[in-house]
Unconditional design. Structure first.
Length: 194
């Protein structure tokens, strides 16, 4: 556990509204935690994480967007997501495959020609595994190196260990792009969508 409030504050960043850029907000959920131990970030930011909200949630006074501020710096969050194993997450793979098969049904109604599909934040690759079985050419990225390796072995697909930003993608590289339970974990959703 960190011993000093000063040390903890060094881990945080103040955030302005990413939607409108305004810095005026009202607190709608105050922080409810002791300063985290940086060594425990691996456990906090795992795919199977089920922690309740402990960070301060604010609402932009200009546009109404709700977001966390202050929050842990982006590099700490990404580091937490990229490290560690997550046996709990992969123990649920059969249920995830069934769920993703239904999701793919919906996608295929809108895009019946099976082309190239990218799954951003693919975790263990369950969605890509289902898509590959149904004839899609698949690619994915995932910050967690352990999940990338696990998914690559299970489904026989390469999963890029990192983010969409370091994949070096060209415009129009894919016919379909998915982000299952990902966007709310990013520090700049607009940049991810762009």
């Amino acid at each position: 556990m960190l011993n000093s409030a000063h040390c903890y504050k060094d881990l945080l960043e103040i955030v302005v509204c990413i939607l409108c850029g305004d810095s005026n907000y009202e607190v709608i959920y105050p922080p409810r935690y002791e300063p985290p131990d940086p060594a425990e970030l691996v456990n906090t930011f795992r795919s199977s994480g089920d922690e309740i909200l402990v960070d301060q949630l604010v609402r932009c006074k200009q546009c109404g967007l709700q977001y966390l501020s202050p929050r842990l710096r982006q590099e700490l969050v990404l580091s937490g997501y990229s490290e560690g194993a997550d046996e709990t997450f992969v123990s649920q793979v059969a249920a995830r495959e069934r769920t993703f098969a239904k999701c793919l049904d919906t996608i295929e109604r809108a895009a019946p020609d099976r082309g190239r599909i990218l799954d951003v934040g693919t975790a263990s690759g369950s969605f890509l595994g289902v898509a590959k079985e149904r004839g899609w050419e698949v690619a994915g990225c995932e910050p967690n190196r352990w999940l990338c390796e696990w998914g690559s072995q299970r489904y026989g697909i390469p999963i890029h260990a990192g983010t969409i930003f370091d994949m070096g993608l060209l415009d129009n590289s894919f016919d379909v792009v998915t982000l299952w339970d990902v966007l709310e974990h990013t520090t700049d959703p607009k940049a991810v969508l762009s």
